[in-house]
Design a protein around this ligand. Structure first.
Ligand SMILES: Cc1cc2nc3c(=O)[nH]c(=O)nc-3n(C[C@H](O)[C@H](O)[C@H](O)COP(=O)(O)OP(=O)(O)OC[C@H]3O[C@@H](n4cnc5c(N)ncnc54)[C@H](O)[C@@H]3O)c2cc1C
Length: 325
């Protein structure tokens, strides 16, 4: 039988939140021989950096400024890659239970239970997700006819796209060549750069409908989407649609995690449950600072303490990066 410490380190550690702080915590876990499993409600990493201000310039990131937020997020991901993290994105963690002895269980909105030897919660300002469409009839449409996952692709059916930003425009342009009909419905003015505006104008000449208005109602037959009704300045119009792609930005789906207890050790972020840590933006509620540098320091201390809980003899080693690479 293996010594207990080795048994425990065979399980990965769970990091909730793929924001900058979660990514750096995952890197620091990797540096200590603990494989990270990263869970995020979004389908991509970077947290606020990638989702809210990718073009924004960060001046005060240690050793990396000035750098665009999107580029910093990409660097954090790349730095972590040699440790082969398991990325479980597109799922919001909802509940946590267990302990150091038997391992922790993390339940997600998608119905999975993910197990790990320790947990670092780096949930920042909260779980983000694509903004849901609010309109009459949404609940009567089967879930596979409304997509929020940014999946653009060709579909032979009639497609409606809702949104005004680059993601909505790209989705409409991608769908146009294969679909029977594509309608881009935007409540606010379109946000298209010159190149997108030119492509939209070309596509509009060959069958892409563009309508400014707010979606009011979805019409369905037995769960099958039939039409989208939207109200514009000149009144309401109905558009044939069997597939609806919603690209209306992001919203917060909730903050915290059932089963997560308050921080008990201010130095490491360890909560009242040994082996579970809260770090970064997620600690603001308990007095943490909203700076990346502060979050990175949290990440380092929590990863160190988590690794020590799992295998007290396993030191941090820079050589590990080179061994693995
Ligand atoms: C416009 C703007 C400019 C800024 N400029 C600077 C700056 O120049 N310098 C600076 O230091 N800071 C700056 N900040 C603050 C900085 O971006 C935040 O402090 C930082 O993003 C916090 O990182 P985080 O990883 O803790 O959380 P976040 O970036 O909020 O990431 C948390 C991640 O966790 C996910 N998540 C949360 N809960 C769950 C759950 N239950 N299940 C699954 N996933 C979950 C979220 O979806 C998100 O992806 C700025 C912020 C903004 C908005």
């Amino acid at each position: 039988m293996k010594p207990r410490s080795q048994e425990k380190t065979a399980l990965p550690a769970l990091v909730v939140g793929a924001g900058p702080v979660g990514l750096y915590a995952a890197f620091q876990l990797g540096m200590r021989g603990v494989r990270p499993v990263i869970v995020d409600s979004l389908s991509f990493a970077g947290g606020q950096l990638a989702a809210l201000y990718p073009e924004g310039v960060i001046e005060d990131a240690p050793g990396a400024g000035p750098v665009s937020a999107g580029a910093l997020a990409a660097r954090l991901e790349a730095q972590l890659a040699p440790f082969r993290p398991l990325r479980l994105y597109g799922r919001r963690a909802t509940a946590l239970w267990g302990g150091l002895e038997g391992g922790f269980n993390l339940e997600t909105e998608t119905g999975e239970t993910i197990t790990g030897a320790a947990v670092i919660f780096a949930g920042g300002a909260g779980a983000m997700r694509p903004k849901r469409l609010v309109a009459e009839g949404v609940s009567t449409v089967s879930t596979d006819a409304i997509r929020y996952d940014g999946a653009v692709g060709r579909d032979a059916r009639a497609v409606a796209v809702v949104g005004e930003g680059p993601a909505a425009i790209d989705a409409a342009l991608a769908a146009a060549p294969g679909a029977r009909r594509v309608t881009l419905i935007h409540a606010l003015p379109l946000r298209a750069n010159e190149e997108r505006a030119a492509r939209l104008a070309a596509a509009a000449g060959s069958g892409l409908d563009i309508f400014q208005g707010a979606v009011e109602r979805l019409r369905a037959e037995g769960g099958r989407l039939e039409a989208v009704e939207a109200r514009g300045e000149a009144g309401s119009r109905a558009f044939d649609a069997h597939l609806l792609l919603v690209e209306a930005g992001l919203e917060y789906a909730g903050r915290g995690l059932t089963g997560l207890t308050p921080v008990a050790d201010a130095a490491t972020g360890e909560t009242e449950v040994p082996g579970v840590f809260t770090i970064g933006g997620g600690r603001e509620v308990v007095g943490g600072a909203g700076y990346l540098a502060a979050g990175f320091a949290d990440a380092l201390r929590a990863a160190e303490a988590a690794a020590a809980r799992l295998a007290p003899a396993s030191p941090r080693t820079l050589a590990r990066l080179h061994e693995i690479a």
